[in-house]
Design a protein around this ligand. Sequence first.
Ligand code: ATP
Ligand code: MG
Length: 245
Amino acid sequence: MESVLLAEGVSQSFGSITVADNLTFSVGRSECLGIIGPNGAGKTSVFNILAGIIRPRSGRVLLAGNDVTHRSQYERTRLGIGRTYQVPQPFGLLSAYENVLAAATFGGGKSGREAADFAFETLKRCGLAARADTLAGSLPLLDRKRLELARAMALQPKVLLLDEIAGGLTEAEVRHLVQLILSIKPGLAIVWIEHVTHALSAVADRILAVNAGKAIAEGAPAAVMADAAVQEIYMGAIIDVPSEG
Ligand SMILES: Nc1ncnc2c1ncn2[C@@H]1O[C@H](COP(=O)(O)OP(=O)(O)OP(=O)(O)O)[C@@H](O)[C@H]1O
Ligand SMILES: [Mg+2]
């Protein structure tokens, strides 16, 4: 499968903390690559490298075959890298609709009626039509997560980076979110960092496990969850396996 996004031998560290140690991974169209690893493993930092917030010390980031390693965050957004943040980052004093409209306009390059219609369609697609006029700052957590997704989708990205979007949700909310992510997956490349591994396993085609910036296992979700090195870094914690049919 041709890579939509390819990280090639990416390395970076902050002082003595290594967040990426010669990491290579890729994701293709209609595919989801899951990333797991303990707190502080460097997962969000890897997203920051992909999105252009931090530069890798070495290695390259390719989007649809083009080297974007030296492109700014803004350019990468326009070129098709959309992301959600671990802690939702909406404009709290704008409505849900206005947040998505801002993304469609400034990130997605749309204007006028086209931007307005597309923003509303995207809100609807993400299950937020009834919340269009609600101030983003007063949305409950699930809706703030959906809004993160809607803002990223409003860019019409080639690749979507999801950073712990299921974190803090109830089981029922996680199930809704999984259905939503499955519904947007066709045609999109998704990289999803997640501690809620049963949610991740329901969507991801492959999982990459990292620890201290290093890849320790990669493959089919069930195989990675069962991997001895992966079990060990979770220090014997029972990793939940998919329980839904
Ligand atoms: N800009 C920065 N400057 C210095 N240290 C940083 C910076 N960004 C992250 N770190 C450190 O790098 C390490 C990895 O952080 P990162 O947020 O990438 O981990 P993570 O795998 O996403 O963890 P979590 O699962 O808790 O979200 C942490 O020790 C963090 O404090
Ligand atoms: Mg993180």
